[in-house]
Every structure is written in C-alpha cells, then in structure tokens.
Design a protein around this ligand. Structure first.
Ligand code: PRP
Length: 179
C-alpha cells in the first residue's frame, strides 16, 4: 500500500460478533483453568486488543505476561523468529496460555512453545483470535480459536498492515484501488 492509492476496508466481523465469540471462549477458558495456576502470555504486538478483551471476560485468577517477537527472513531460511522482549513472570510449574492474534504458517507459535517449554511450566495451551489453518507449515496445537479463516490478509482488531489499522474495532480485509 502507498499514499497514492485509495483503499477501503471490507468488514468481515463486526465488533459485536467478535465480543460474543470472545465471551464464549473466555467462559470455556475460565472453566478449564478453575483451580489451576494460569499465566496468560500475550504475544505482542498483534494480540494486545484480543488479549485485553479476553482477560476482561475471564472469571478465573490469572497472571498476565507479555513477549514480543519478530520474524525475519535471511538468506538461508525463511521465517526465523527472534525475541525482542521476553518474560517477566517465573513460568516454572505454571499453566501457560499463549494468546496470539493470528496463526499463519505456525512458525512463530512453534518457536514460542519451544521457548516456553524450556522454562519448565506445568502445561502449555494456545488461544488464538484467527486461525489460518490452510496456511500452516508447522503442526501446532490450537486449543482455543475464535475464527477459522482462509488464506487472506486481515487488518483491524490488533492486526496491522505496515503498522496501520490495528485500532479498528472490527476485523476487515483491505480492498485497494488506484485513484
Ligand atoms: C504475526 C502474528 C503472529 C505471527 C503469525 O506477527 O501476531 O505472531 O505473525 O505468523 P506465523 O504463524 O506465520 O508465524 P507479526 O510478525 O506480523 O508482528 P505483529 O504481531 O507485531 O503484528
């Protein structure tokens, strides 16, 4: 996208639909983690809105931690993940729920599960806003998912395009057209 182009955002899920789904998922998480030692690990940047809504619908005690990762491409390999900012919480013996905005290839989630496993938690599960199942290149466990999506590019509700659109309260898809 560049400044010479016009665009519109096609809305796929309205705020109300998203909130209804999050309430359902949060209710299930609350049931499953009753009497557990839950630590939510939100993966920045994309999950910040989803995680904020999810935790405010939880009815169970939890700690919340954040990790910031980025993917990059080098000559030898595609999709290498590196940690920009890591965990503050002690994860030993805890029940970890990784919260992601989107699973595409699954490379980031596979990396995160490996990283978190090395901290010796009691359990690791995953909760994602969007699951692009058809795009997975890695076998990753998705325990809670709000919406299964096709292989498209999504914006809004935390997801960006070149850093923009994250603040949209709905999920959409960009439709570009030249002036
Ligand atoms: C997105 C998303 C996941 C990752 C998923 O992050 O938040 O972390 O990509 O892709 P994968 O399944 O192919 O690994 P992104 O690198 O766009 O950064 P952001 O969260 O800051 O938007």
């Amino acid at each position: 996208m560049n400044s010479k182009q016009n665009y519109t955002v096609e809305i796929l899920f309205h705020e109300r639909q998203i909130q209804k789904k999050i309430f359902e998922i949060a209710s299930q998480v609350s049931k499953d983690y009753k009497d557990k030692d839950l630590v939510i690990v939100a993966v920045l940047n994309g999950s910040f809105i989803f995680c904020a809504d999810l935790v405010r619908n939880l009815d169970v005690r939890c700690a919340i931690d954040f990790i910031q990762v980025s993917s990059y491409v080098d000559i030898q390999s595609q999709g290498k993940v590196q940690i920009i900012s890591g965990f503050k919480e002690d994860l030993i013996g805890k029940d970890i729920l990784i919260v992601e905005d989107i699973i595409d290839t699954g490379i980031t989630l596979e990396f995160l599960i490996r990283e978190i496993s090395s901290k010796k938690p009691k359990s690791i599960k995953t909760c994602v806003f969007l699951d692009k199942k058809c795009a997975h290149k890695k076998e990753v466990p998705i325990n809670y998912s709000c919406f299964e999506m096709g292989n498209d590019f999504f914006v809004g509700y935390g997801l960006d395009c070149n850093g923009f659109f994250r603040q949209l309260p709905y999920l959409g898809r960009i439709k570009e057209f030249d002036k």
